[in-house]
Each structure stands twice: as structure tokens, then as C-alpha cells.
Design a protein around this ligand. Structure first.
Ligand code: NAD
Length: 488
């Protein structure tokens, strides 16, 4: 594969991918993409306009009806061409992701491989998109329930797992017989255009997947409020999710929202402390702590709080952050941009002002002046009412709250506007089951790190989202039901 934007050599200019072709934007606006490790401009991409969007929607509408009529297994086989090509290009694709997003090379390679596996997993559903036959109350009547594609889907992406999230939307959409128009994040559009390069090397009919770059308030909003889509599938922040719902409301468009999280980790007195320390450390360092499902606040029983905090601080402070392209051995990279850095720093400073103690870290990591690096940070003595416990941090910071019982921990965990994931560490099955019954989150991990499986169902409660992704239930988000009453 020719990845002409070799990350270390020259800046690349990309074009939108519409109807199977790289297409110049109708406007002349451009977005400069920065490397978060250095602050260098690495590419220039279109700031797409409403007419670019209309062109993409025209292509999707032209392609979708014939696609929907093909046997699902043919759709699946074409999807498998994409995953095969991705596997041939793991390393160059990972480089592109790292350069604009800042995760480690190892994690970026995992992201590309997982993306390929996810496409294959969704392709497996082709033979299982099943309807139902329901007994009627009338003699001679049969009631059929068909599962049908929605038509054209809009997808809007964040920057933290930008490559995988293309597949999380595109693969179920296409296997179900839909076409899709995707808007990438303005922070990380390059990998989406490289995904388009892969698409252009397959036999996938043109127009089924169209990829645009652009601003949220511009082409993003235009996509969400377009009457020409039947579903808007969005992953990103709660604030934007709320705006997207308002946009979708104009046409009563179905929304599928995967939003922010503030996952509590509950560590009871009988927990395997080393296991809990490792899991929380991984949560706070993977992707520099910028992961929606990862533990963001830790409630530790007072009997083990000192031991847990000391071990967590030791584990965190031994982690090395740096520019993952310059030094492939680093444990984590920069935060995505200055806004992200300032938010993390303000939350840490605010917590300290409110009485938290910095056990380790607590400020910028001195890696490179143009990058947004933050030290691995552990804060002890946090209280539930602090902003750092209430708001999404999205950085390598672990705030620890001491609790005196499981009941107290569950009550505090539930007292949040977020409801995505949660975790509990205990050796007592009764405590684990009691927590599961009483904790109000879409996902709970018991004695293991926070990460969902593709065959599960990733769906936030409260402000963390509507609907969900993955597995059979995630697939069904991309279908609509048609009931037929046949009187014979
Ligand atoms: P964001 O909400 O700032 O932006 C996400 C996307 O929305 C971008 O493409 C942006 O251009 C677009 N956008 C912004 N305003 C818009 C508007 N008015 N109309 C339409 N589109 C608009 O989020 P982000 O900073 O890119 O991502 C981080 C957030 O994503 C975090 O809150 C994280 O928890 C969340 N996230 C959730 C999941 C999940 O599965 N629940 C997964 C990954 C990330």
C-alpha cells in the first residue's frame, strides 16, 4: 500500500472520499492537522461544505438500494476484503494514527487489528439477520416481521479511537444493507482518509461508504440535521450528543449516541490489591487516559486505601511518557491538544485547592515544548463533590476517594450524570453480585480491566448515551422493522 503521507517526511493534503473517488471540496476552506507530540502541522484536509455533504448523500442514496437487494452473504464477503487489506497494512496505518492522535504504536497496531476483527465479526452476522413469524388472532392470517435496512446512515466520529470507530459504524451499517456518510474528527481525519485508500482497493461498489472531513458546527451539524439520513450514529462528548439530538429532532431522525463516561472503580477491603492497582493504572495510562470506558474515579475501602494508593502511585510514577514516534518504548503519549491538556490541568489544580493531596505527578511532563504531555498523577483525599470526581478528566490522572462500605461506594458511584462503565474488585462473590444488582451502569467489570468485547453490548445509561454498539443488539440499531399481515 502506498501511504504517501509518510509521517516523517512531508506534509500531505487529503481530499474527501465520495462515490469511490477522492474528490476536491466545493469550498476552499482547509483544516490543518497537528501532531500532538510536537505541535507540527502534518496535513491539510478539507473543511467540507454543505455541497460536499449533498454530493456524498447523493452517492449513498444512489448506491444503497442495489446494495440492500444483494444477498447479505455477498455484502459480508465484500466487507471481508476490507479487513484483509487492513491486515496487510497494520504498520503504516498505525503510524498514521500515532502521528495525529498520539497513542503508542503498540496500541495503534492493536486498534488496526481489532478494526479488522470487528469487520469480520459483523460480517459473520450476515446469515443471522433474522425476522420472525408471529401467530395471528385471525384465521388464515400470518404476521411476518421483517428486519430491513434503514437506508442511508450518518456517522460522526471522535478522535480517541478514530480508526476503530469507523468500523463500529460502517461494518454493522453495511452488513445490514445500508450506505453510510462519515464525518471524521477534525483532530484525526488522516487515518479516515487512509481507510478510504483501503476501500478504494476493494470491489466494494462506490457510494456505499463516503468519508468527509470538516468541522462539527459546519458539516457535522448539516449531516445530523439532514432529512436524507435515517439514523445518526454519533460517538463523542455529552455536550455534542445533546446538540446532535436537537439537530436530529428536526426530522425525527433516529439517534444512536455513544457518549462520555466517568467510570467508578470500587476496591473493597478483601480485593486482590495488586490486580486492582494494575487495572486502574492501565485505565489511566492507556491512550493517555483518554478512553470513555476507563476507570476515572476510584472508591477504595478505608482499610486498604493507604496500601492501594501507595502501590498505585509507585506503578503510575514508573510509567514513561513521550513522543511515541520518536521513542517507541514509551508507556503513553501526549494529550490530544491544548484544550484537553488545560482541562486536565485545571481539574487537578482545582482538586488540590479543594483539599486533595498530590501523591505523584500533578503537572506537565517535560517532554517537548510543542507537545501536550501530562505526568502520571495520583490524587489522594478526594471527595465525591469535587469536580475531578464529577467531570470526565480524559488524562493520566487517578483520583482516589476513601469509603467505609460497599453500600457507600455504590451510592457514590451511582450519583453521577454518566452511566457508561463501572468496575468492582473483591474476592467475595456475594459482594460482587450485590454490587451488580445495585450499580446503575451499562457495563460492570468484576476483577478485570475495563474493556468491552465486540460480542457484548456497549451502551451507556443516563447521559452516557442512547442505544448502543456491538453484538447482536448493536447490529439491530442499524435495522428497522417492517411488519406484514398476510390474509389468505
Ligand atoms: P466531541 O463531542 O467534541 O466531537 C466528536 C465529533 O462531533 C467530532 O467529529 C466533531 O467535529 C463533531 N461535532 C462537534 N459539534 C457538532 C455538532 N454541533 N453537530 C455535529 N457534529 C459535531 O468529542 P471528542 O472530543 O472528539 O471525543 C471525546 C469524547 O468522546 C469523550 O467524551 C469520550 O468519552 C467520548 N467517547 C465515547 C465513546 C463511547 O463509546 N461511549 C467512545 C469514544 C469516545
Amino acid at each position: 500500500m502506498d501511504l504517501t503521507n509518510s509521517p516523517t517526511t512531508h506534509m500531505k493534503t487529503y481530499q474527501n472520499y465520495i462515490n469511490g473517488r477522492f474528490t476536491p471540496s466545493a469550498g476552499d476552506g482547509a483544516i490543518e492537522v497537528l501532531n500532538p507530540s510536537t505541535g507540527d502541522v502534518i496535513s491539510r484536509v478539507p473543511e467540507s461544505t454543505a455541497s460536499d455533504l449533498e454530493m456524498a448523500l447523493d452517492a449513498a442514496h444512489a448506491a444503497q438500494p442495489a446494495w440492500a437487494k444483494r444477498p447479505a452473504i455477498e455484502r459480508a464477503n465484500l466487507l471481508r476484503q476490507i479487513s484483509a487489506k487492513l491486515r496487510e497494512n497494520v504498520k503504516p496505518l498505525a503510524q498514521v494514527i500515532v502521528e495525529e492522535q498520539g497513542k503508542t504504536l503498540g496500541l495503534a497496531e492493536v486498534e488496526v487489528n481489532f478494526t479488522a476483527d470487528y469487520i469480520d465479526y459483523m460480517a459473520e452476522w450476515a446469515r443471522r439477520i433474522e425476522g420472525e413469524i408471529i401467530p395471528s388472532d385471525r384465521a388464515g392470517e400470518t404476521i411476518f416481521l421483517f428486519r430491513e435496512p434503514i437506508g442511508v446512515v450518518g456517522g460522526i466520529l471522535p478522535w480517541n479511537f478514530p480508526f476503530f470507530l469507523i468500523a463500529r459504524k460502517m461494518a454493522p451499517a453495511l452488513v445490514c444493507g445500508n450506505a453510510i456518510v462519515i464525518k471524521s474528527s477534525e483532530e484525526t481525519p488522516n487515518n479516515a482518509f487512509e481507510f478510504a485508500q483501503i476501500l478504494s482497493q476493494t470491489d466494494l461498489p462506490p457510494g456505499l461508504i463516503n468519508i468527509l472531513s470538516g468541522r462539527g458546527a459546519g458539516v457535522g451539524q448539516a449531516l445530523a440535521e439532514s432529512p436524507r439520513i435515517g439514523l445518526i450514529s454519533f460517538t463523542g462528548s455529552v455536550a455534542t450528543g445533546s446538540r446532535i439530538m436537537a439537530s436530529a429532532a428536526k426530522n425525527i431522525t433516529k439517534v444512536n449516541l455513544e457518549l462520555g463516561g466517568k467510570a467508578p472503580a470500587i476496591v473493597l477491603a478483601d480485593a486482590d490489591i495488586d490486580l486492582a492497582v494494575n487495572a486502574v493504572k492501565s485505565s489511566r495510562l492507556i491512550n493517555s487516559g483518554q478512553v470513555c470506558n476507563c476507570a476515572e474515579r476510584v472508591y477504595v475501602h478505608e482499610k486498604v486505601a493507604a496500601e492501594f494508593t501507595e502501590k498505585l502511585a509507585a506503578a503510575m510514577s514508573s510509567a514513561r511518557c513521550g513522543n511515541p514516534l520518536a521513542d517507541p518504548g514509551v508507556d503513553y503519549g501526549p494529550l490530544i491538544n491544548k484544550v484537553g491538556f488545560d482541562k486536565v490541568d485545571a481539574l487537578v489544580r482545582g482538586a488540590v485547592t479543594q483539599g486533595a493531596q498530590v501523591v505523584t505527578g500533578g503537572t506537565r511532563a517535560d517532554v517537548s515544548p510543542g507537545g501536550h504531555f501530562y505526568q502520571p498523577t495520583v490524587l489522594a483525599g478526594c471527595r465525591h463533590d469535587m469536580d475531578i470526581i464529577q467531570r470526565e478528566i480524559f488524562g493520566p490522572v487517578a483520583p482516589v476517594v476513601s469509603i467505609s462500605s460497599l453500600e457507600e461506594a455504590v451510592a457514590l458511584a451511582n450519583d453521577s450524570e454518566y452511566g457508561l462503565t463501572s468496575s468492582i474488585y473483591t474476592r467475595d462473590l456475594n459482594s460482587a453480585m450485590k454490587a451488580c444488582r445495585e450499580i446503575h451502569f451499562g457495563e460492570t467489570y468484576i476483577n478485570r480491566e475495563n474493556f468491552e468485547a465486540m460480542q457484548g453490548y456497549h451502551a451507556g445509561w443516563r447521559k452516557s448515551g442512547i442505544g448502543g454498539a456491538d453484538g447482536k443488539h448493536g447490529l439491530h440499531e442499524f435495522l428497522q422493522t417492517h411488519v406484514v399481515y398476510l390474509q389468505t
